[in-house]
Design a binder for this molecule. Structure first.
Ligand code: ATP
Length: 294
């Protein structure tokens, strides 16, 4: 297998506010998106036809065939380039599935990058983002691949303000949550899907504590409906809150994965280990926020 690995890191919504809804039913979002130093990994090498092998701890939970977002990305890119899709792809699936951390979207973005390189396409960035958007609302931000302020339905991306070094503990209770079901629960729940008002973001936070303060003024509007569908989210947030050094705990995306924010690698590592020891059935990992100063 080629030695160029394309990482597909976990996407984390540090906040996610629903600010409107389009006539076609898509929700308009205001989200601060970052990537964590943990994720899936994709390899691509030349072959006579197109194939995908999925390995890793969550391989059994994703479609092996044409439904896999990696293969859908390959077909879409080949069609746009007027090529026959030919590649042997291997995906190491390490992120829980339907978990609010964009595993499938990140895989699709990695596939677009890996196959652009393998097929020597050098596509225009705008074209690639458009192909990404056709695969899923979170694929463009995964192609962007660095801290971003995300608006619209996911296609409106701006660089986030500079973020300080900070660590995340990602915890998933092993319950899959469908994004559509969470949006439906929000619509039919208290408040009937009322919208948050878009707000400007202040000065760049200088350290992890200031980042936590900034985040505390924002929210994940999908957290309450996700908690109604999946009470385990409460247990995860409760477990994070009891760990030393946890500056803030919140759900990412449509859940059920939640993150804790920490100032140091040592605190995050200890917290992840303590939660894993307490709840061996949960996925609990410490990872830095990528794209912050070393
Ligand atoms: P988001 O945070 O973008 O809402 P998510 O993390 O909740 O996404 P994913 O893990 O991306 O959800 O999975 C969403 C669905 O996509 C799953 O039902 C899964 O079967 C399907 N899927 C297809 N290909 C993949 C893939 N490579 N990895 C994960 N899921 C995939």
């Amino acid at each position: 297998m080629s030695d160029t690995a394309y990482p597909a890191p976990a996407k984390v919504n540090l906040w996610l506010e629903v600010v409107g809804k389009r006539a076609d039913g898509y929700h308009l979002l205001d989200s601060l998106v970052v990537f964590a130093g943990v994720g899936d990994c994709l390899w691509a090498e030349p072959a006579a036809d197109l194939s995908l092998a999925v390995e890793g701890p969550y391989a059994g939970q994703v479609p092996a065939g044409g439904g896999n977002l990696v293969l859908r990305a390959a077909h879409l890119l080949a069609e746009a380039a007027g090529l026959e899709p030919r590649a042997r792809l291997v995906l190491d699936k390490r992120l829980p599935v339907a978990a609010g951390i964009g595993g499938g979207s990140s895989d699709a973005a990695a596939a677009l990058r890996a196959l652009s390189a393998l097929w020597r396409l050098e596509p225009d960035e705008g074209l690639l983002l458009g192909l990404g958007a056709a695969l899923g609302a979170d694929v463009p931000v995964c192609l962007y691949g660095r801290p971003a302020l995300m608006a619209g339905i996911g296609e409106d991306l701006r660089p986030a303000p500079a973020l300080p070094e900070a660590w995340l503990v990602l915890v998933n209770p092993g319950v899959a949550l469908s994004t559509a079901a969470v949006f439906q629960a929000r619509q039919s729940g208290p408040g009937g899907g009322a919208f948050s008002a878009p707000r400007p973001i202040g000065p760049a936070p200088r350290d992890a504590e200031a980042l936590a303060e900034l985040l505390a003024g924002r929210r994940n509007d999908l957290e309450a409906p996700a908690r109604r569908l999946c009470p385990e989210v409460d247990a995860v947030l409760g477990a994070l809150a009891t760990t030393a050094g946890c500056l803030l705990g919140r759900m990412s995306g449509s859940g059920a994965t939640c993150f804790g924010l920490y100032a140091t690698a040592a605190e995050a590592g200890a917290a992840a280990a303590a939660i894993a020891a307490e709840q061996p059935g949960w996925w609990s990992v410490a990872a830095p926020i990528l794209g912050t100063p070393d």
